[in-house]
Design a protein around this ligand. Structure first.
Ligand code: AMP
Length: 554
């Protein structure tokens, strides 16, 4: 659990790193950060069991930044990541956290981009190198001294690296670094293969695992929906149309996100306000009072700011950003269903965060069912229902009091009562979209839920990668052949990993991979094939040249 006071400053980080983190909008360290940062700062080797979404990147990036010497212009820390997307993401995180550390440079080293500029950036004195193993090995083949000054190594998502067949590359990389280095390994799972690496290459490592106790939350109806990170606001707006809520609390991760979402909701006419750690105590109390008495209906809050918040009117909790751990999920959704009332909790899950959802389900011992984002028809039905509920009580004796006026107006205007009622409705609804076409135009459908859809930058998840159904050679695909096969110790995942990283392709671009004893076939996009094959010219898999060629079946 996170601690009550002290935040990042109490963990022993340099003030300039703390300042950059606070400027990013983080209010307090997540559980994995709380535990890992002091250990890494002290120079210990460490094994951290954590998945994406727990804040693991900052858990190693902050103490590593603390431990490097910005005045030395040479590589000092190496972070290995399984894919180029993750490598870029980690490099960006390092850049963000080192904003107030003059002289610190970060370089991302991955396949699919020219090697020259990467090597140049390393030689120019980038202290932090974030790399995929395959490409880094290519650099080592050109210059075996490239890692000679690195004294901090982080293996991020180590289990994924092994799944992609990077074991041999890792061994080459370990050898190219000083033995005296500090090594930190993060992995969502700790299978035997990872334990074996730790045994061989880590020195007396400390273990960090977020222990989760089972917690029950039976009174609250829970559901989740899959949504891409950049579509969360539109998803929230759509959900608000159909959910019948009294008061609602929406949880996000950063101060900025509280402000952004609250103003998007206000712009749509909701009575919403932000609640974050920057808001002074008296203002905070005003916000909570307003939520209690109905002057506000929605509060967008960070975990810290919502602590102790007890408002019986709250019928809904929206977890717009994933909580860091199951405990804080349980804590958040406990804001609803107060005093024996019914509550509903919705969790937005981006494709990368599905594992975290599984952890939550395991810890709470409950399935959090998937629901779909309401479609245009559901939004329209909800709008009409609201209108009906609003108008029905007004009908009462209106005909007795205003019937004659209606007759006179229709006669004066020369229109039917239906035409006049329609005009009045248009005015009363302020031009709100009340036909299916109009709702569709106003709220273009957010594509979600399809299990294989991903945001750019999202990595394919394990199930996708491993259990992908074979597909026939489709239109626009070409079959390619390599002379490497099972007898060379090749598995489909090795080929996949190499082509993804070196070719810079999206997972979807690669079709079926068939590994035979003495050769393998891979389906690749026809478009740009020659260029891709040229890019893969020097690629090696399991230490051997891939030499992928177009394969003619006739
Ligand atoms: P990660 O698990 O490293 O992929 O991080 C998941 C997300 O949480 C990233 O978008 C981070 O920017 C964000 N994050 C990490 N640590 C914190 C924190 N202490 N407070 C708020 N957001 C954080």
């Amino acid at each position: 659990m996170t601690q009550e006071t002290g935040g990042f400053a109490a963990l022993g980080l340099n003030p300039n790193i703390v300042a950059a983190v606070i400027a990013t909008g983080y209010e307090e360290p997540s559980a994995i950060q709380q535990q890992s940062i002091p250990i890494i700062l002290e120079g210990h080797d460490m094994i951290g069991q954590a998945q994406t979404g727990t804040g693991k990147t900052a858990a190693f990036a902050l103490p590593i930044l603390n431990r490097i010497d910005p005045s030395k212009r040479e590589p000092q820390a190496l972070i290995l990541a399984p894919t180029r997307e993750l490598a870029l993401q980690v490099a960006t995180a390092f850049e963000t956290y080192s904003k107030q550390m003059p002289g610190v440079t970060v370089v991302a080293v991955y396949g699919g981009a020219p090697m020259g500029p990467q090597l140049k950036a390393i030689r120019n004195g980038a202290q932090i190198v974030v790399a995929t193993p395959g490409r880094l090995c290519d650099h080592l083949r050109r210059d075996e001294k490239v890692l000679a000054t690195v004294n901090h190594l982080v293996l991020d998502e180590a289990d994924e690296m092994l799944k992609l067949g990077f074991m041999d590359d890792l061994e080459v990389i370990f050898k190219a670094m000083p033995e005296s280095r500090q090594t930190v390994l993060f992995s969502a799972t700790l299978p035997q293969s990872i334990r074996a690496i730790a045994e061989r290459h880590l020195k007396d490592p400390k273990h960090v695992k977020i222990q989760s106790k089972t917690q029950t939350v039976t009174a609250i109806e829970q559901a989740h929906l899959l949504v891409h990170a950049d579509q969360k606001t539109s998803a929230v707006l759509r959900l608000l149309e159909v959910e019948e809520f009294d008061a609602l609390i929406a949880f996000v991760r950063t101060k900025q996100a509280t402000l952004d979402l609250a103003s998007a909701l206000e712009a749509k006419g909701y009575k919403a306000a932000a609640l974050n750690g920057d808001i002074a105590q008296n203002q905070r109390e005003r916000v909570i009072d307003s939520l209690k008495d109905g002057r506000l209906d929605i509060v967008v809050a960070t975990d810290v700011a919502a602590r102790g918040l007890d408002v019986p009117r709250i019928t809904h909790v929206f977890n717009v950003d994933m909580p860091y751990d199951p405990e804080s999920y349980v804590h958040r959704i406990g804001r609803t269903g107060r005093a024996g009332r019914e509550g509903r909790a919705l969790l937005l899950v981006t494709p990368r965060e599905r594992r975290m959802l599984q952890v939550i389900e395991r810890v709470t011992g409950q399935k959090v069912a998937e629901v779909r984002l309401p479609n245009a028809q559901a939004v329209l039905d909800a709008r009409i229902k609201k209108l009906t509920n609003g108008l029905a009580p007004l009908v009462g004796d209106a005909e007795a009091t205003h019937g004659d006026l209606l007759d006179r107006l229709t006669a004066d205007i020369g229109c039917s009562p239906r035409a006049l009622a329609a005009a009045l409705l248009r005015k009363a609804t302020n031009g709100q979209a009340l036909t299916l076409e109009a709702v569709e135009r106003e709220q273009p459908l957010v594509p979600t839920s399809a299990p294989r859809e991903r945001t750019t930058g999202d990595r394919p998840e394990r199930g996708d990668r491993e259990r992908r159904a074979p597909m026939p050679l489709g239109e626009g695909r070409a079959r390619c052949r390599t002379a490497l096969g099972a007898r060379d110790g090749i598995a489909a995942k090795n080929l996949l990993g190499a082509i993804l990283n070196e070719g810079g392709l999206a997972r979807e671009a690669i079709g079926r991979i068939q590994v035979r004893d003495s050769f393998s076939l891979v389906e690749l996009p026809e478009e740009g094939l020659e260029k891709l094959l040229a890019k893969l010219k020097d690629t090696r898999v399991a230490g051997k040249q891939l030499k992928l060629r177009r394969y003619r079946e006739d």
